[in-house]
Design a protein around this ligand. Sequence first.
Ligand code: SF4
Length: 385
Amino acid sequence: MTATPVVLESRPDQVPEGSAAAVVVGTDVAGLRRLVEGATSADVDRALGRAHPDLDDFAVLLSPAAAGRLEDLAGAAQRITRARFGATVRLFSPLYLSNECVSTCTYCGFSAGNDIARRTLSLSEVRAEALELHRRGFRHILLVSGEHARIVSKDYLEACVATVAPEFAQVSVEVQVWDTATYRRLAAAGCDGVVVYQESYDPVTYAAVHLKGKKRNYAWRLAAPDRAAEAGMRRLGIGTLLGLHPDWRSEAIALTAHARALVKRWWRCEVQVALPRLRPAAGGFEPLDPVSDAAFVQILCALRIVLPDVGISLSTREPATLRDALVPLGVTTMSAGSHTEPGGYAEASEAEPQFSISDTRSPGEVADALRSAGYDPVWKDWQRA
Ligand code: SF4
């Protein structure tokens, strides 16, 4: 069975019919949110006992009733993670190409209005950074940049992918969203993964934090993972930034609806989710509705229970002790030793970072911590034919 091809970019202002994005738009998040409030401990038992839990069960597992049953949730999440992923955690590193950006997003250090040190790496600098990451052990790399279609153009990105692809088993991009044809070009150059965080799934919040630039188009961004999959990308990463919307439960529900829809629609792809908790950034951003550690654990466990085969990624935004503690509950992918500014691996960089990191351990120290906890750090789990 193959997924039915669709012309995904035909209406940039609307999500295409038949896409995973359309499923998200059609999801009754408010109704699910009401289920959260009404859930009882007996509902939590039922959700935990289901062979194939659905979005209703996810809402129940996010409830205050489930918050009182965190040990039960953690036990279930741990069992599922062991059964589906074994004792492994894949390590990857971001490589920031440029912090140039023409979009204005209230929460980001790279935002166009911010008076920061800007830099775009030359191809030889990209190669030097990549070789340094390779020397540190990484074989999975994520190329990241701000949104500047002239400086960080399609040609530039294609050349960056082609520069690093020979050294790395797997190359993903987290850059501005593109049409299917451009994703095809990147795939042909050696890229096999696309990461697109919707940031906020709530259209009102989305409009309130994305003030200027192409990123304001909610529907075009929401359908980007569909376009990437259609272009042949094998790994799809999605996420929501906790701290933008005043209600983190709504965001977690929408993210889960999106992941489930992608798994169903693009069943050949590997889907991965992330829920970074926002940190203060250049421009004075302060996150809303901070998610406590206990609530964060609850979300992770609920995700693992309802999305047993989906990867969960945890960034260096979280502190080392918490990252170590969350691994058994479902985390399958981690960045390590990250720099969030262009340059910084091969030599020091003066450029402004996108956000500050909490876990400052080196990749080797993160790998050692995983081994001491009985996990295999996986540097490579894929090889392009
Ligand atoms: S979130 Fe992306 S588009 Fe927005 S300011 Fe930052 S780099 Fe630019």
